[in-house]
Design a protein around this ligand. Structure first.
Ligand code: DCP
Ligand code: CA
Ligand code: CA
Length: 362
């Protein structure tokens, strides 16, 4: 029996959450912002809803630029990551019930092996997945797009293409025809840079890409990625759906309100990120035996310094050690100014796998 894989991706996730919870936003452009706190408008766009995207607003652009692009009715909201993480967990716990095996790929994406659930039947899969989408909507108010295909790569492309609120099934015998006309950058991992070099060679569609030999692809992508591209273009890149191994470290980093070499400022501003990192460790049921201070200087150099800690060390203990580490970093050079500061927990002594569900989301 061939595999049946579903790829689920929540639509404009963070902005959709805001829309669902704030009906007054209906129809307006909505932008979720990561404010750096340096000046009122400084920071970047985390994501935007579709009405805002029509004006060219997208993840990663400066908030100031988004404000210039959008009309006055646009709404700018601060990111609420913990809240989205909770909702993500809720969605993932629903999806998990629909899968033989599931892998969480990010805060808003998961791959499900549903082969046995649908008896290997793609017709049945369409209905099955529609039911899953409905349950997610009823339970959380959130819409997602789902692609169903014989492997993860084709399923992801099918999900991407069907956004928003989409459902696209690509049966085994349809895979090649489905992929052929698509632009090369539809293949996950082929970004705009690779697509531009390919375009120079006249390679625009997946069909064009299939004309290139493995040797030519190796020159462009290197050995390992070439193999991936070669098989992905044919819809044949396949790997089993396995839960993600638990992370080996937890890091949090913040941008300081202003460049500083005052350790009190650094620790005060970093304290929330430390608490957040510790909460994440607790969710992972992990205890670190090493903590690192990460300093990014005003001239954008990264300096790190680490120390051993007692596994299970308290918040206060961690802050005390971090203070010492930042002091040591600053003492190295009297001209040093810090722009960003971070904490890294590593060398875990105990860990739970992704099977706990709580360990899923970074
Ligand atoms: N995200 C972010 N910064 C980025 C990219 C993403 O903060 N540069 C966050 C916000 C998104 C979420 O991750 O809501 C999921 O990312 P996606 O790439 O899946 O984008 P969206 O869900 O926002 O949109 P789409 O409907 O295209 O999936
Ligand atoms: Ca998404
Ligand atoms: Ca996504």
């Amino acid at each position: 029996m061939g595999k049946v894989v579903a790829f689920v991706d929540l639509d404009y996730f963070f902005a959709q959450v805001e829309e669902v919870e704030k009906p007054e936003l209906a129809g307006k452009p909505v932008v979720v912002c990561v404010y750096s706190g340096r000046t009122e408008d400084s920071g970047v766009v985390s994501t935007a809803n579709y009405p805002a995207r029509r004006y060219g607003v997208k993840a990663g652009i400066p908030i100031k630029r988004a404000k210039k692009l959008l009309p006055p009715e646009a709404v700018f909201l601060p990111i609420r990551l913990q809240h989205y993480t909770q909702l993500s967990r809720h969605v993932m716990s629903i999806l998990d019930r629909y899968a033989d095996r599931m892998r969480i790929e990010s805060i808003d994406e998961a791959v499900l092996d549903i082969t046995n659930r649908v008896g290997g039947d793609f017709e049945k899969a369409a209905e099955y997945v529609a039911g899953m989408k409905t349950e997610v909507l009823r339970a959380t108010g959130l819409r997602c797009s789902v692609g169903v295909a014989p492997n993860r790569v084709v399923a992801k492309i099918a999900a991407d293409i069907s956004k928003p609120d989409g459902l696209r099934v690509v049966k085994s015998e349809e895979v090649e025809d489905f992929l052929s006309p698509l632009p090369v950058n539809s293949i996950p991992g082929i970004g705009s840079k690779a697509a531009a070099s390919l375009a120079e060679m006249g390679v625009k569609t997946v069909e064009d890409l299939k004309q290139l030999s493995l040797e030519t692809l190796e020159k462009l992508f290197g050995r390992k990625r070439a193999e991936y591209v070669y098989f992905a273009a044919r819809g044949k890149y396949d790997e089993p759906v396995e839960p993600r191994p638990p992370p080996k470290q937890v890091s949090r980093i913040i941008t300081l309100k202003r460049n500083t070499r005052d350790v009190d400022d650094v620790i005060a501003e970093l304290s929330r990120a430390v608490a957040d990192g510790l909460a994440r460790m607790e969710a992972l049921q992990a205890a670190a035996s090493r903590v690192g201070a990460v300093a990014i200087t005003s001239d954008l150099r990264t300096i790190t310094r680490q120390a051993e800690i007692r596994p299970g060390a308290s918040y206060e203990e961690v802050l005390k050690i971090l203070r010492k580490l930042f002091q040591e970093i600053l003492q190295q050079d009297a001209r040093l100014q810090l722009r960003r500061a971070g904490v890294r927990f590593s060398d875990f002594v105990s860990q739970a796998g992704q099977s706990t569900l709580s360990g899923y989301i970074e």
